[in-house]
Design a protein around this ligand. Sequence first.
Ligand SMILES: NC(=O)c1ccc[n+]([C@@H]2O[C@H](COP(=O)([O-])OP(=O)(O)OC[C@H]3O[C@@H](n4cnc5c(N)ncnc54)[C@H](O)[C@@H]3O)[C@@H](O)[C@H]2O)c1
Length: 325
Amino acid sequence: MARLGVGVIGLGHNGLAWCEAYQSCPYTDLRAVCDLDPERLRAASERFSVDGYGGYEILDRADAEIISVHTPDHLHAEPFILALRAGKHVIVEKPMAASLEDLSRMVEAARAASTKSMVAQVLRFHPLFSFVRKMIDNGQLGEIFYLEADYIHDLRYQKYMEKWKVTIEIPILSGGVHPLDLLRWFAGDIVEVYGMANHIAYKEMHEPTTEAALFKFAGGAVGKVAALYGTVSPMVEWYNLCVHGTTGTVRGNRLCLDGNEAWMEIPVPPQQGHPFEAEACHFALCILRDEQPLIDAVEGAKSAQACLLAHQSALEGRPLPVPPL
Ligand SMILES: NC(=O)c1ccc[n+]([C@@H]2O[C@H](COP(=O)([O-])OP(=O)(O)OC[C@H]3O[C@@H](n4cnc5c(N)ncnc54)[C@H](O)[C@@H]3O)[C@@H](O)[C@H]2O)c1
């Protein structure tokens, strides 16, 4: 099958991991990289033996059919929109954007484009979470009435990393969008959110480092997501996922079905790193086969929107409606 050429914009830890994924995926070829930081650009260009660009001239590369955006959370919109306008297929890292204004500009650009776009919500590519989604689709859990999942991670080391991770990053958005997107994948659209926050742990960060929110789904289910960046513990297993349906419950990698009141283990490989290669291959195959990506721009925007409104709700101390996109 044909290979699609890829240009990667943003060469931090995440962008470099994606460069590796594009080199490993049998449907993609990494052709060019781009970063504003000349040292990061030189190192990546040498490491992957591809051309390097210090700006958006990378979009002029005709042999880069896919542009992959890995800039900081609040800097996704510009490269995403410019790449779509240049006729590229575009992957953008989660969270899709860090403001409601950017989200609507990006959705508008994606709707106007004839090319495909995808938001890299990586947990949808994990075998356990795909298994849970299949069980829900097959009706094995019955009607879903409550779900929760968390992003509880000791990220205090980020104070020694890039400045935006302390001054700009929003935990319920940047971390919380992982579990929130899972909940949306399992239970559908959200109509209302009520967030609460404190700033007791990891005070070096500008934004509150403990944020929890309740979500009301259009189908009636209730959900909860917590994002904690200052915890003193290893990262929780399986994102503390818990899904309660009228005929079955999933708790992490365990399952209980009605009529058999014991936990059974779900046979999936242990959680190890992020399946970026699976995401890259999925997007390339969607382009080659003209299929809809698993998380298109509207799906990705809905997850980021719910997190941003959870944050706003916590700051304002009142529940907020989640308008349709
Ligand atoms: N899916 C995941 O599990 C996961 C994990 C880590 C990070 N991320 C996401 O990936 C993104 C990048 O994170 P990171 O940790 O690599 O950040 P980082 O700050 O280390 O790297 C971002 C890079 O983008 C570059 N950049 C900024 N503006 C640019 C522009 N206009 N043109 C070209 N380059 C530009 C910066 O110079 C920097 O090198 C973030 O959105 C983050 O939330 C996702």
